[in-house]
Design a protein. Sequence first.
Length: 161
Amino acid sequence: MAGTPIPIPQIGEANLPHGVYVARCRFGAGTSASDGLDVYTDTQGTFALFNINSSGILVHKVDAAILEAFNAGVTLTVGDGADADGFLRSTEIAATVVSSGLVRAADTDVSWFTSRLYISTDSIDVVVGGADPTAGIMEAYVMYSYAPQEAYPDTGGSVNT
């Protein structure tokens, strides 16, 4: 894997009025950033799309769009270290088909259908399986905000909300 995961919070956001923020990451098949990709790979594995660099980040949702279809056999899920498909399952992403819009979690079967509170650093990852990618681009979007400190005292790790 190469490229750089998108940091959350973004540079300078800590000094802004608190609200809801959106970060975008372009992920795809490749061996260099020449395709305008933030994160790229030509092998199967787990790759960080977004680095959660601060405690108290409330991720409201993760959406994705397949802009260029991945080659046959490639599957993608989006989650984190606690649950590899906690945000989006491979059946929702349909990596080998160009999306007609944003892909969202279809129902409450995913772990974090509503939101997830991170009280320590973590990453939101894509898991590439099934085949090594030779083609394909996905854009992932994270909607997040800052949770007040009193929302997560003494929990000892990331918690579901």
